[in-house]
Design a protein around this ligand. Structure first.
Ligand SMILES: [Fe+2]
Ligand SMILES: [Fe+2]
Length: 365
């Protein structure tokens, strides 16, 4: 019996000359016989067959981002000596970076989801590229959190045995932060599919305004060299993200419907509530679900991190800083006839809005 792997047979086949030259197919005949490719109702094809550029400025921003000029592993981590801090200071700094992780640690997945969305919506090529760069940047920011926490509290933020009461408070609060981070992601996943791009990008812009504000202020305040450099670099990345959002919104906002404007007003309130968790303090109503005991522990840990030189602003300074940033965002939004929500927490008047935090939430850092 001849096996299909018979070497002689294979050799014969491979050297056999073509014998059908006279029957070469006729391209016209093939085309007429091929039939129309099937329509795909309800099926989104994500891979692009087009690389159009509608906003050349985005292409420029992407070119600038190709080399961000830094990488987390090249920061001077060897200058961060855990022994230079007390145990409580180590817990407190690691706690703050865990709080940051709720925002910057979710950044890679949040923007990766948005990146996929730009393919689903067949957005212009430079926009897809810009989101690719944002995913990379956010992953760098997450890595800064990882390195800071691991160096100061090995096994942290959850897998460590607290040696002091403050350490126990930190771990307790971290579990609550993690719970709220999960609720945020569930709302975000639904919102990305539901809302049109102008609404998503207004939320993205809010996050970028918040983050660039936060890191710039902490760069100025921190006394710890490796964090000064990290905050400086992250602030640069965030300023680039902000510029990307500004250019996209400059294109989208002039064409809003009234219903979209009303949704943006709600999403701005949602963004404020979420981002206040780090820019100010988690507001007690609207999104965050935290026990009352969370707050005094949170303040103790922030105070400890401040005395360790991390650069956490006082609550009053954070309130002023956050209000300035929000007012800057308001000045971008106002010319398009979008009502700004009331933000009484930081003394900003506006429209009172309500929304379901578990269903309609699209805040991003
Ligand atoms: Fe970030
Ligand atoms: Fe960002």
């Amino acid at each position: 019996m001849t096996s299909s792997y018979d070497a002689e047979d294979l050799a014969r086949q491979s050297v056999a000359p073509p014998t059908d030259w006279g029957a070469m197919p006729d391209p016209d005949k093939l085309l007429s016989q091929g039939g129309e490719p099937p329509a795909m109702p309800g099926i989104d094809n994500i891979f692009p067959l087009e690389w159009t550029t509608e906003t050349p400025k985005l292409e420029e921003l992407y070119e600038k981002s190709r080399d961000p000029g830094w990488a987390p592993h090249l920061l001077p981590w060897d200058t961060l000596d855990p022994a230079a801090f007390t145990q409580d200071q180590r817990y407190a700094i690691a706690y703050w970076f865990t709080l940051l992780s709720v925002f910057d640690g979710s950044g890679p997945a949040v923007f990766a989801r948005a990146f996929v969305h730009t393919y689903e919506k067949h957005e212009e090529s430079p926009l897809r590229k810009c989101f690719f760069s944002v995913v990379r940047d956010e992953h760098h920011h997450e890595e800064v959190c990882e390195r800071a926490i691991q160096r100061l509290v090995p096994g942290g933020p959850l897998d460590f045995e607290p040696q002091t009461p403050l350490g126990s408070l930190a771990r307790h609060n971290i579990k609550w932060l993690y719970y709220n981070g999960g609720r945020y992601w569930n709302g975000y996943k639904k919102a990305v599919e539901r809302y049109p791009l102008p609404i998503l990008f207004t939320s993205f812009l809010f996050g970028e305004v918040a983050s660039s504000t936060l890191f710039k202020s902490m760069e100025q305040q921190t006394a710890i060299p490796v964090f000064r450099e990290a905050f400086r670099r992250i602030a640069q990345d965030e300023a680039r993200h902000r510029a990307i959002c500004m250019f996209i919104l400059g294109k989208l906002l002039p064409h809003l419907t009234d219903a979209e404007k009303a949704t943006i007003t709600k999403q701005l309130r949602a963004g404020f509530l979420f981002l206040s968790g780090i820019l100010f303090e988690p507001p007690r109503a609207g999104f965050w679900e935290l026990p009352e005991a969370f707050y005094p522990a949170h303040r103790l840990l922030e105070e400890e991190a401040r005395t360790a030189g991390l650069g956490v602003l006082s609550l009053e300074d954070r309130q002023d800083n956050w209000r300035d940033a929000v007012l800057k965002l308001k000045s971008v939004i106002d010319p398009y006839g979008i009502a700004f929500p009331a933000l009484p927490e930081i003394g900003i008047d506006g429209e009172t809005v309500t929304f379901d935090a578990n269903e309609e939430f699209v805040a991003v850092f």
